[in-house]
Design a protein around this ligand. Structure first.
Ligand SMILES: [Zn+2]
Length: 119
């Protein structure tokens, strides 16, 4: 299993797995994950989103679990490439707190301990 890169793409021009914008801007016909606007920025500016996100992802376990579920997927937003976007803040956070990386390293270590011969 190889970890795919989590990346932001444009819903205007690219294929995407999860819609990251607000519910009132969901791309016509898209009914997949995020179509309900769950991952949108509810607080307006990026400066406001950063502390909102940091606080919520620490305090809200259900939110954090859904954010963790975005790893390795193509995250679609209306923002143009090169323009700052709240999705960048989310991707930055995932890169800083790579729990899946830590967990797979732990599992590897446990596996070696339980099976020292490697047979
Ligand atoms: Zn955006």
């Amino acid at each position: 299993m190889s970890a795919r890169e989590t990346r932001r793409v444009s819903v205007r021009t690219d294929a995407f797995d999860v819609y990251m914008g607000r519910a009132d801007w969901t791309p016509p016909g898209f009914t997949g994950e995020g179509a309900d606007g769950y991952f949108g920025n509810p607080v307006g500016t990026l400066d406001a989103f950063r502390p909102y996100f940091e606080r919520r992802v620490e305090a809200d376990g259900a939110y954090r679990a859904r954010i963790e579920g975005l790893r390795g997927r193509r995250l679609g937003c209306w923002c143009r490439t090169g323009k700052d976007c709240h999705v960048d803040i989310i991707v930055d956070w995932m890169e800083r707190s790579d729990e899946s990386g830590i967990l797979s390293k732990m599992a590897e270590r446990l596996g070696n301990r339980n099976n020292p011969a490697g047979a």
